[in-house]
Design a protein around this ligand. Structure first.
Ligand code: ZN
Ligand code: ZN
Length: 355
């Protein structure tokens, strides 16, 4: 059942969520291969696998965000700021997903995965925001520094159950925060936001696993409808989302940080294409790659594999440079910027003699 919620954040004892068992949140599937079974093997690979190509050997091509275009355009727009941070213009308002502007996706800034590129716009340069949508509390999606820097600039934060309370604990005013359970809807500035299921997990320390909910989101404005996957493995929920809310003009689909060892909580690129088809997407924009590498695969591999699969499946794929702006539903082209980097990378490796 869909509910239209007023803005509010409830205490856990008031949650009526089917996903919450009184202690932790749970996925629809009961047993998942999330990598925790074979931690020893993963640690071994972490120590000994060749990880040279996990990060680019040269600066990524990118475009500074065209702020004038963003302010003046009457159309709905989209640009990737990095990882799963995507700026959208919907019905004249600015919407931002999972803002991460910090140097590292980590509890501390002296260790942990370091970003490959600067954001194409600074926190200070960002325009006033209508809302920030947060998918879950992992460090590569929920960045305390960015949240606090944007708290005055955004009208509203929208997050799954339990995640909003984290923001309030950090000092964000409670009246700016809306928490949603799966299938709950919220209207703000003419846009309908629905939290939808995802097959993932949560936590920011060793002691708080699955204490907060994870979700994907539907953003439906007057002109366009966008699906934001958040993080998650491939599951039957995508079809249901497609039945209830599809078709979508644009899908922001997780494509990166995957591994066969944890495929149930992060999709393989071929599954990202299938998820796009399941939700009935028009254009697929792969996110969760090219900013932090959180897995063993080479950094370009998600883009190469998703491109290959999209061609086989006849799916329209747009892989923008970081910062590149496009009208949602408008024309677009791909310049294979990641392959140009790959060639340079191969040359560098050859010169090194370490191919
Ligand atoms: Zn995650
Ligand atoms: Zn993630």
């Amino acid at each position: 059942m869909s509910l239209t919620m007023m803005s509010c954040v409830n205490k856990p004892e008031q949650w009526q969520s089917e996903q919450f068992d009184g202690k932790t949140f749970n996925n629809q599937a009961t047993s998942l291969n999330d990598g925790s079974e074979n931690m020893a093997n993963i640690f071994y690979r972490f120590m000994f696998e060749d990880r040279k190509q996990r990060v680019p050997q040269q600066a990524l091509p990118m475009q500074p965000l065209d702020l004038q275009l963003w302010q003046q355009s009457q159309q709905d727009l989209v640009a990737r700021l990095g990882h799963s941070s995507v700026l959208l213009k919907l019905d004249g308002g600015f919407w931002l997903t999972d803002p991460v502007f910090s140097k590292r996706a980590s509890p501390v800034q002296w260790a942990g995965p370091k970003r490959f590129h600067q954001p194409p716009v600074t926190l200070e340069q960002l325009p006033e925001l209508t809302a920030i949508v947060i998918s879950h509390d992992h460090y590569d999606h929920l960045d305390k520094h960015s949240v606090l820097a944007l708290a005055d600039k955004t009208e509203r934060f929208i997050a799954p159950l339990g995640v909003g309370q984290r923001l309030i604990d950090w000092g964000v005013p409670a009246d700016k925060v809306t928490e949603l359970d799966w299938w709950q809807e919220y209207q703000h500035a003419g846009v309908t936001v629905a939290a939808t299921p995802a097959q993932h997990f949560s936590g920011r320390s060793l002691r708080d696993r699955n204490q907060t909910l994870w979700a994907s989101f539907v953003l439906q404005g007057q002109q366009s409808k966008v699906f934001f996957s958040g993080d998650g493995g491939y599951f039957g929920g995508f079809k249901e989302i497609g039945e209830r809310y599809g078709p979508f003009d644009l899908t922001l689909m997780e494509t990166g940080a995957y591994d066969e060892s944890w495929a149930s909580v992060h999709m393989l690129p071929e599954q990202s294409v299938q998820a796009h088809l399941d939700v009935r997407g028009e254009v697929l924009l792969p996110i969760h790659n090219s900013t932090f590498n959180l897995a063993f695969h080479p950094w370009q591999e998600p883009l190469q594999r998703v491109q290959h699969q999209a061609e086989r499946s006849g799916v329209s794929l747009w892989i923008p440079m970081i910062g590149e702006t496009r009208t949602i539903g408008g024309a677009y082209s791909n310049n294979s910027w990641w392959e140009q980097s790959a060639e340079t990378l191969t040359q560098l490796t050859a010169v090194d003699g370490n191919s």
